[in-house]
Design a protein around this ligand. Structure first.
Ligand code: ATP
Length: 323
C-alpha cells in the first residue's frame, strides 16, 4: 500500500485531532503517504484532500474540535454521492480510508466498504452510542465539562433553594446523562432508555424538598421523552407542588468544545494507531474500538444500525444514590 486517506465526520469530539495525528504519523512510519480529507464526506465527494506531513499534525494533540473540519453530507447517503466519493479516491490514488466518527459516519463507512473500498472506522463520538467500543473518543472530556457545569449549578442552586434541569447531549443515548448524574450527585435523571414520567419526577423533587435538600438537580438527556424545556413547561404548571424555584440550563455544544483530557488523548492515539495497524494486517470493513481495555476490531456490518444499551444496574444505582 502506498497511500491512505483520513477524514473526520459527524459531530466533532475532543480527541479527534489526536486520532488524526496518530493515523498520519503511524501511516508515515509504515512508509505510506497519508492524505487529510477536509470536511468529512462532503470534502471526499469534492476531492478536497492533500498529503499531510508529520509537521502538519504538530501542535494539534491538545486542541478540541478537528483540524480537518467535519460536515454532515446528505449527498453521501445516496449511492450517487458515494460513487462520486469513490471516483475522487481513485483519482487521488488513495488505496484505503480511515473514518473517524460516530454512528452515522460509521454507517457511511460501512456502505463505502460494501462497494469494495477498504475502509477502517475509528470510534469517535461524545454520545458513546457505538457498538464495538466500550468508550468512544470525546466522551470523557465531554463528561468532565458537564460535571464542571453541574458542580457550579449546584452551588448557586443551594444558595437560592432552586431546582435546576440540566440538559446534556447524547442524541438517543443516555450514557453521558447517566454518568453526569452519578458523578455529579444529581437528585434525578431523565434518560431516553427509560420512559420519563413527569408526574413521578415532580413527586420525587417535592420529596427531596421535604427532606430538606437545599437544591434539586435533574440531569436530562437531550433524547429523553421530555427534554429540559418540555419538563420545565410541565413543572411550571405544578410549581406549588415542587417546592423549589425552577431553572433550566442547556449545556449544548459547550460540551464538545473543550481541550481533550489525558484519557481522550491516549484513547484517540491508541485507536488511531490501531486503525493503521489493522490496515497493515490487511483488515478492512471494521471499526477499531476499545473493548475491555484492548484495541479490537469489529466488522462494521455488526456495528451499524445498533444502539449500545445502558447498564440497568447503573440506572438503578443512580436512583438509590439520589436519596
Ligand atoms: P455524532 O453522533 O457524534 O454527531 P455521527 O457520525 O453519528 O456523529 P451523523 O450526522 O449521524 O454523525 O453522520 C455523519 C455523516 O455520515 C452524515 O452527514 C452522512 O454523510 C454520513 N451518513 C450517515 N448515515 C448514513 C447512511 N445511512 N449511509 C451513508 N452515509 C451516512
Amino acid at each position: 500500500m502506498k497511500r491512505i486517506a483520513v477524514l473526520t465526520s459527524g459531530g466533532d469530539a475532543p480527541g479527534m485531532n489526536a486520532a488524526i495525528r496518530a493515523v498520519v504519523r503511524t501511516g508515515l512510519g509504515y512508509g505510506w503517504e497519508v492524505c487529510g480529507v477536509r470536511h468529512g464526506y462532503a470534502g471526499l465527494i469534492a476531492g478536497e484532500m492533500d498529503p499531510l506531513s508529520a509537521r502538519d499534525v504538530g501542535g494539534v494533540l491538545q486542541r478540541g474540535g478537528t483540524v480537518l473540519g467535519s460536515a454532515r453530507s446528505p449527498e453521501f447517503e445516496t449511492l450517487e454521492g458515494r460513487e462520486k466519493a469513490l471516483r475522487s479516491l481513485n483519482e487521488h490514488e488513495v488505496e484505503a480510508l480511515v473514518v473517524i466518527g460516530g454512528n452515522g459516519s460509521q454507517t457511511g463507512a460501512c456502505r463505502l466498504s460494501e462497494m469494495g473500498f477498504p475502509v477502517v472506522g475509528v470510534a469517535s463520538t461524545i454520545d458513546n452510542d457505538l457498538v464495538g467500543s466500550d468508550i468512544t473518543i470525546g466522551v470523557d472530556t465531554a463528561l468532565n465539562i458537564a460535571l464542571e457545569a453541574i458542580d457550579r449549578l449546584k452551588t448557586t442552586a443551594s444558595s437560592h433553594h432552586r431546582a435546576f434541569l440540566v440538559e446534556v447531549m447524547g442524541r438517543r443515548c443516555g450514557y453521558l446523562a447517566l454518568m453526569a448524574a452519578i458523578a455529579g450527585g444529581a437528585e434525578a435523571v431523565a434518560l431516553p432508555e427509560v420512559e420519563t414520567d413527569p408526574e413521578a419526577l415532580a413527586t420525587e423533587l417535592h420529596a427531596a424538598y421535604l427532606r430538606g435538600k437545599p437544591h434539586a438537580l435533574v440531569v436530562v438527556a437531550e433524547g429523553a421523552t421530555y427534554n429540559a424545556e418540555g419538563l420545565a413547561a410541565y413543572f411550571r404548571d405544578h410549581k406549588d407542588r415542587l417546592g423549589f424555584d425552577l431553572r433550566v440550563t442547556t449545556l449544548g455544544h459547550v460540551q464538545r468544545g473543550g481541550a481533550p483530557g489525558a484519557f481522550d488523548r491516549i484513547l484517540a492515539t491508541r485507536l488511531g494507531g490501531g486503525a493503521t495497524e489493522a490496515l497493515r494486517r490487511g483488515e478492512s470493513g471494521v471499526l477499531v474500538g476499545d473493548i475491555q481495555g484492548e484495541i479490537r476490531t469489529t466488522p462494521l456490518a455488526e456495528v451499524v444500525g445498533k444502539q449500545k444499551s445502558l447498564d440497568p444496574w447503573l440506572i438503578k444505582l443512580a436512583g438509590v444514590l439520589a436519596k
